[in-house]
Write a protein that binds this ligand. Structure first.
Ligand code: MTE
Length: 298
């Protein structure tokens, strides 16, 4: 079934809200109500970044290394048809369509902070489903301990893949308990619309307490494994980027501090703001790392 966004969100509600936000007013309504009738307790009520900011300042190296390259180049990506191969230690391996994994009637809005390892941040209203719901659908087998993710490999449409500074395709991974955590989602939309290509259409991971590079875009493969899977940035520079990549103001990147961040759109005089432990999600996720040395497992 083709995903019809009008089924999910009355467009005028969103347009009004977008205009309201563009006017610079603080967000007071609970926008999740417009989507499902249920506000998400997992959403932040911070001021949203505008659609313009979210879609014009991106990291998507398959389309170039500049922040505006994805907005310029990702339009060429074919996102329909699309399928996600789910395999490894699962009961029902196979090729799944986007609507199989994120059916329109299951979509939720989650307004999350996104903190890039480069020390900038945004607040983004994602639309998607908990990754746990997908993993339950395919049946995780007892031996599985990790979830590996892979982005599309298609150099004809992804010009950056002709320059092998990353070992393409982009890959990422989570521990199974991180993958099953209610904050972890597969997003298929933002604001009122399906995901723009530069944000990882048609389906991408969002893990809000980790640096943004864990939130892999345009996913075509999900594999349940017993061993810790490779991750692109860790492969490229293991002394700078670890498997966990939890947002942590106390553990500096070897080349810069992670204690503060620049909120995109805050303006020249918006200044920097303090980075929060686990990007502000410590109450929900700190227990996942009890007893771990977070400086060692960065
Ligand atoms: N996924 C792929 N496949 N390729 C990428 O270059 N960049 C990551 C992540 N996912 C990246 C990716 C980084 S570094 C960040 S900060 C976020 O995507 C940015 O997401 P956004 O552009 O939607 O804000």
């Amino acid at each position: 079934m083709k995903l019809k966004w009008s089924d999910v969100t009355p467009k005028d509600v969103w347009l009004n809200r977008r205009n309201f936000l563009a006017g610079g007013a603080a967000l007071t309504a609970t926008p999740a109500l417009a989507l499902t009738g249920r506000p998400s307790a997992l959403s932040t009520d911070e001021k949203l970044n505008t659609l313009e900011e979210i879609t014009n300042y991106n990291n998507f190296y398959e389309f170039g290394t500049g922040k505006t390259d994805p907005a310029q180049n990702a339009g060429a990506l074919t996102t329909d048809p699309w399928s996600v191969e789910i395999g490894g230690l699962v009961d029902r391996p196979g090729s799944y369509g986007v609507d199989d994994l994120a059916p329109p009637d299951a979509l939720e809005e989650r307004i999350y902070r996104l903190r890039c390892v480069e020390a900038w941040s945004m607040v983004i209203p994602w639309i998607g489903v908990p990754l746990a719901s997908v993993l339950e659908k395919v049946g995780v087998q007892p031996g599985a301990k990790y979830v590996a993710f892979q982005t599309l490999l298609r150099p004809e449409e992804m010009p950056g893949q002709n320059y092998p500074f990353i070992r393409w395709p982009y890959v990422e991974g989570l521990r199974l308990d991180e993958a099953m955590h209610p904050l972890t989602i597969l997003a298929t939309g933002l604001y009122s619309d399906p995901l723009p290509n530069q944000n990882g259409a048609p389906i991408r991971l969002v893990v809000p307490w980790k640096y943004g590079f864990k939130s892999i875009k345009s996913v075509v493969r999900i594999t349940l494994t017993a061993e810790q899977p490779p991750c692109s940035w860790q492969q490229l520079q293991p002394s700078e980027y670890g498997f966990y990549a939890n947002v942590n103001p106390e553990v500096s990147h070897p080349r810069w501090s992670q204690a503060s961040e620049r909120r995109i759109g805050a303006g020249l005089f918006g200044g920097r703001q303090e980075t929060l432990m686990f990007n502000g999600y410590a109450d929900q996720v700190a227990s996942l790392y009890a007893g771990m040395d977070l400086a060692k497992h960065y």
